[in-house]
Write a protein that binds this ligand. Structure first.
Ligand SMILES: NC(=O)c1ccc[n+]([C@@H]2O[C@H](COP(=O)([O-])OP(=O)(O)OC[C@H]3O[C@@H](n4cnc5c(N)ncnc54)[C@H](OP(=O)(O)O)[C@@H]3O)[C@@H](O)[C@H]2O)c1
Length: 291
């Protein structure tokens, strides 16, 4: 039998993360999928995986370094390697954005995701694991079309993680001094949008820094989760929202995957791209596009 692919999904206890586990559990891939459904509480959802796929439940708080390193130690011990990391965990405080709430969003969505990537690449040895992939679950809210062009250019042209960190800090400083608009970030509430634009810039930088790996980000669409319900009645199910993240994790990244994800095909090497559908209500498997 082919050797298993080890996949780690964050925020997998509910919402789109749970949809990703449901979809992976039943995916027939050329390799058995060994799936770590991780969450802050380590909840066992008792989802049945279709053999030879397997699911393990584990605790993992993306904003807590010791939680990440302790997870990595156990996972490497049990599985030997990590092939795919799907950074799905996220928060959105736009409906009640105070300066502290805005900073919390940047801390979880940007710094938390960054810390996960860095520790999985180094301590998790993903940077030396052949064909490893990272998927960062972003949002169409990351679009740079809503910013002054000078700000959009700064996000697009970031060439280092410290450059992205500088943008994150400038945003937080502007929130603290109520000067977001004059600082080029637009009118509040914007922390969710900025956190996801930072995540996309991080994705581009990591893709450049890690040749041989595939690092991409995506919008899952408007999905029927707690977060999706903050802004109305979302049309997409959790499993429909899982399609693009799952495609980027184990499917065909080239155009051959645009129709059905290509979950059993060889993949073209696409990295540093943002994937989404034409609209947030569309149920497709996404395509690479501008953000
Ligand atoms: N729903 C949509 O329409 C939509 C659209 C675009 C993008 N997205 C993105 O899709 C992803 C999933 O969103 P969702 O709609 O499923 O949201 P959700 O229903 O609110 O679920 C968020 C998940 O993130 C977890 N989480 C939050 N902070 C965490 C931390 N520090 N460590 C580990 N896990 C943490 C939550 O765990 P707890 O249960 O412990 O809080 C929960 O499992 C997010 O990145 C979101 O930005 C969603």
């Amino acid at each position: 039998m082919a050797s298993p692919l080890t996949i780690v999904v964050t925020g997998a206890n509910r919402g789109i993360g749970q949809g990703i586990i449901n979809l992976l559990a039943t995916t027939q891939h050329p390799q058995p999928l060994h799936i770590y459904a991780t969450s802050r509480g380590g909840v066992d959802l008792k989802i049945q995986a279709k053999p030879p796929n397997e699911i393990r439940y584990a605790k993992l708080d993306v904003s807590d370094k010791s939680s990440i390193t302790s997870f990595l130690k156990t996972a490497l011990n049990d599985s030997g390697k990590i092939d795919v990391l799907i950074n799905n965990a996220g928060i959105n405080n736009n409906n009640n954005e105070t300066p502290d709430a805005a900073e919390q969003v940047i801390n979880v969505n940007y710094h938390g995701t960054k810390q996960m990537c860095q520790l999985f690449l180094s301590e998790g040895q993903m940077s030396s694991t052949p064909n490893a992939r990272i998927v960062n679950v972003s949002s169409t809210a990351s679009s740079l079309s809503n910013y002054p062009s000078a700000t959009a250019t700064r996000f697009r042209s970031a060439t280092s993680i410290s450059g992205v960190d500088t943008l994150a800090q400038e945003y937080i400083d502007s929130v603290r001094s109520s000067s977001q608009e004059s600082a080029g970030f637009g009118a509040p509430p914007k922390s969710y949008q900025v956190s996801k634009a930072l995540m996309n810039a991080l994705t581009v930088v990591l893709a450049r820094e890690n040749e041989g790996m595939l690092v991409n980000c995506c919008c899952p669409g408007w999905v029927d989760s707690d977060m999706g319900n903050q802004i109305g009645r979302p049309p997409k199910t959790l499993e429909e929202g899982a399609r693009i993240p799952v495609r980027l994790g184990v499917g065909q990244l080239g155009k051959g995957g645009d129709g059905d994800g290509g979950l059993t095909q060889e993949t073209e090497l696409v990295t540093g791209r943002y994937y989404g559908n034409d609209g947030v209500t569309d149920r497709g498997w996404g395509r690479a596009r501008e953000w």
